[in-house]
Design a binder for this molecule. Structure first.
Ligand SMILES: C[S@@+](CC[C@H](N)C(=O)[O-])C[C@H]1O[C@@H](n2cnc3c(N)ncnc32)[C@H](O)[C@@H]1O
Length: 249
């Protein structure tokens, strides 16, 4: 369940939130909304990169019984950052950046657990897509044990474009996939890297997988085909920690 304090409802209230520059994860709009005020909302949203979903009114009624006027906005618990701002900043600080990208992870608890491991393992940022992904709500922050209060989260329109940008910026892209035949301990995690974890159901998209420099596979000895994504992330992030900070081992 989403913490209700993160929800803004009513067209005017949502317009004000958008205009005030609040970080909004998504907006649900009644399918056939047509009022003048709703047109004002769409004007305010122009160029803002906020995902808008048109849904049946019943869905809105399930979120709140109050008078939502066909519009509900979910306010993010964090301020998202942009990869293109963060990468130059980290290089300027003399850092050897380590990013973790989640290609469509949808379970908020997996997301929180991965964020917690990222924070513990010195990861510089988590990258998520704008659509088809968890967003940072109160449950995610809670499961992350507060890691999401400090760990930068970048939300990007296209992961594919972001991967290309990272490659051009000197990153090696490592895919976590059970489909490879390359043991993860043989991979090279030194230098600027972005580790991509796949979604719970489909894994990493074929388009993104094809851009990866190395495929990291954790051996599976039993009958179940894959590990839980947060468990796999833990194994791989700590292999990276081992290679990147050998003196701490
Ligand atoms: C539950 S798995 C996805 C399974 C999905 N059915 C598929 O076809 O890819 C979720 C993610 O965890 C990671 N993962 C799970 N098992 C792994 C393994 N043995 N080696 C490397 N990564 C693994 C991958 O990133 C995977 O995309």
């Amino acid at each position: 369940m989403v913490d209700k304090s993160e929800i803004i409802f009513g067209v005017r209230a949502v317009i004000e939130a958008v205009e005030a520059g609040k970080e909004i994860d998504k907006i649900l709009v009644k399918k056939d909304i047509q009022s003048d005020l709703s047109k004002e909302l769409f004007t305010a949203l122009r160029g803002k990169m906020v995902p808008v979903q048109r849904v049946p009114v019943e869905r809105l009624n399930r979120v709140t019984r109050k008078n939502h006027q066909g519009v509900i906005a979910y306010v993010s618990a964090v301020t998202y950052q942009k990869v293109e701002d963060l990468v130059p900043f980290l290089y300027e600080q003399g850092k050897n950046p380590f990013f973790v990208m989640l290609d469509g992870v949808t379970d908020v608890r997996n997301f929180g657990a991965i964020a917690r491991t990222c924070e513990c393992g010195g990861v510089d940022a988590v990258v998520i897509p704008m659509k088809g992904s968890v967003s940072v709500n109160a449950d995610a922050v809670k499961t992350s044990a507060g890691a999401l209060h400090t760990l930068p989260v970048c939300r990007e329109q296209s992961l594919n474009t972001t991967i290309k940008y990272l490659k051009d910026s000197g990153f090696r892209i490592l895919a976590a996939t059970e489909k490879g035949d390359y043991n993860y301990t043989q991979g090279d995690y030194t230098g600027p890297i972005c580790l991509i974890m796949g979604s719970e159901d489909k894994g990493i998209s074929a388009e993104n997988l094809s851009l990866c420099d190395e495929w990291m596979t954790i051996p599976i000895l039993g009958n179940i085909q894959s590990l839980n994504v947060s468990v796999a992330a833990g194994v791989l992030i700590y292999e990276a920690v081992k290679q990147r900070t050998p003196d701490k081992e």
